[in-house]
Design a protein around this ligand. Structure first.
Ligand SMILES: *Cc1c(COP(=O)(O)O)cnc(C)c1O
Length: 382
């Protein structure tokens, strides 16, 4: 069988809700398609409404927002950062780029988030920051993580790539750390193809963040009329997205409730239809603690074994359905091993990585397609 034909259900199709192309046209009509134009300002104000008292800076990606956070924290060679091994490479790379040594923490079996009970044992005199990742947009245990960070004078940088619209104890994910980062990559709920944002919860960090984002210049203050010329004032790079991308993002943010409603209904349908089957086959479905509100970013299942996971992916593929596995443990990657990672360091991560399968979940998934996916899973011989 060829692998490119007979796809009946895609894993992901980037959401398009209607206004995207019109807004791109408007960006041209405003004769400003570089960074920080009309649509960037609109996106910024939508995000800042979600994070009262904080500043939002659009970036070219979540990766770049993480790099900015590492620059702003003055991470230096020899510093350590604690993060889950079960995450995307950018979470770690942004800090390793500055010379930091990553210290990998295992995850909880229930939420697949960083296991806060292991943190104390990993904190050393070199630790500078903890980088929790809200997996699938379900909040990490921020009460305990915040308590430990305060006790040991550590910064928190929340990798909130999955967690826009998620809440922990009624508070928006991304509002707990010194910084948090968002992704608008096409695999995320809200997307402009490639994009991200840095949320700055510490007012003292805002000015320098603007310098770093604008090539180490005070250009943004110049444009606000605060100074009469701009020049080189700090290290920096170019982290601003084109206003064309911001135009797409603005259209998406404005229709986020439609996107979120659709994703919620898909997740609830999977959950309701798979619950009994999962229970009788030792399959673990997503667990959302009562004090967390999820943003419906992901629907995954933890199969009983690597073998059953691999067989299910192939079986669904034979039936025209694309499903995928997720993160490979960072501590066992080539780079992770250079930092001393070895088998057994993070046993939960290693087991979860082998057994996790993600089901199709996107704005354009139809009810018929979803019923087809569910019927095939229920007929799968575990
Ligand atoms: C998607 C993702 C990123 C990277 O996002 P980009 O915008 O593609 O740079 C970082 N961390 C996590 C947890 C992600 O899922």
């Amino acid at each position: 069988m060829s692998t490119n034909d007979n796809i009946l259900v895609d894993f992901n199709i980037p959401a398009q809700t209607g206004k995207e192309l019109d807004y791109i046209q408007q960006a041209y009509e405003k004769r400003h398609i570089s960074g920080d134009g009309f649509f960037t300002r609109k996106c910024k104000s939508i995000l800042e409404e979600m994070y009262p008292g904080s500043k939002a800076l659009l970036t070219t990606s979540c990766t770049h927002a993480l790099e900015m956070a590492a620059l702003l924290l003055d991470i230096l060679p020899g510093d350590e950062v604690i993060l889950p091994s079960f995450t995307f490479v950018s979470t770690v790379n942004a800090f390793v780029l500055r010379g930091a040594r990553p210290v990998f923490c295992d995850i909880r079996k229930d939420t697949l988030n960083i296991d806060e009970s292991l943190l104390t044992g990993l904190i050393s005199p070199h630790t500078k920051a903890i980088i929790p990742v809200h997996y699938a947009g379900v909040g990490c245990e921020m009460d305990e993580i915040t308590r430990l960070a305060q006790k040991h004078h550590l910064h928190i940088v929340e990798d909130n790539a999955h967690g826009l619209f998620g809440k922990y104890r009624s508070r928006n994910l991304g509002s707990f750390g010194t910084f948090s980062t968002l992704s608008f990559h096409e695999t995320k709920n809200i997307t402009c193809g490639e994009g991200g944002a840095l949320i700055i919860n510490d007012p003292d960090m805002v000015t320098r963040a603007e310098y770093i984002r604008e090539k180490g210049t005070n250009r943004s203050r110049f444009f606000r009329g605060m100074i009469d010329k701009y020049s080189w004032v700090d290290i920096g790079s170019s982290y601003l997205p084109s206003d064309i991308l911001a135009a797409i993002l603005c259209a998406q943010l404005e229709s986020s409730s439609v996107i979120q409603e659709k994703r919620k209904s898909i997740c609830n349908t999977y959950q309701a239809n798979l619950m009994d089957w999962a229970e009788s086959n030792s399959v673990q479905l997503p667990y959302i603690p009562d004090h967390c509100q999820q943003p419906y970013h992901m629907y995954y299942m933890l199969m009983p074994s690597l073998d059953s996971r691999q067989r299910l992916i192939s079986y669904l593929r034979e039936n025209g359905i694309i499903s995928v596995f997720h993160y490979l443990p960072l501590h066992l990657s080539d780079m992770g091993q250079k930092f001393g990672g070895k088998v057994g360091d993070c046993p939960v991560t290693e087991s979860v990585s082998d057994r996790l399968i993600r089901l199709p979940l996107h704005f354009h998934l139809t009810a018929e397609q979803q019923q087809y996916v569910i019927s095939k899973i229920l007929a799968f011989d575990i």
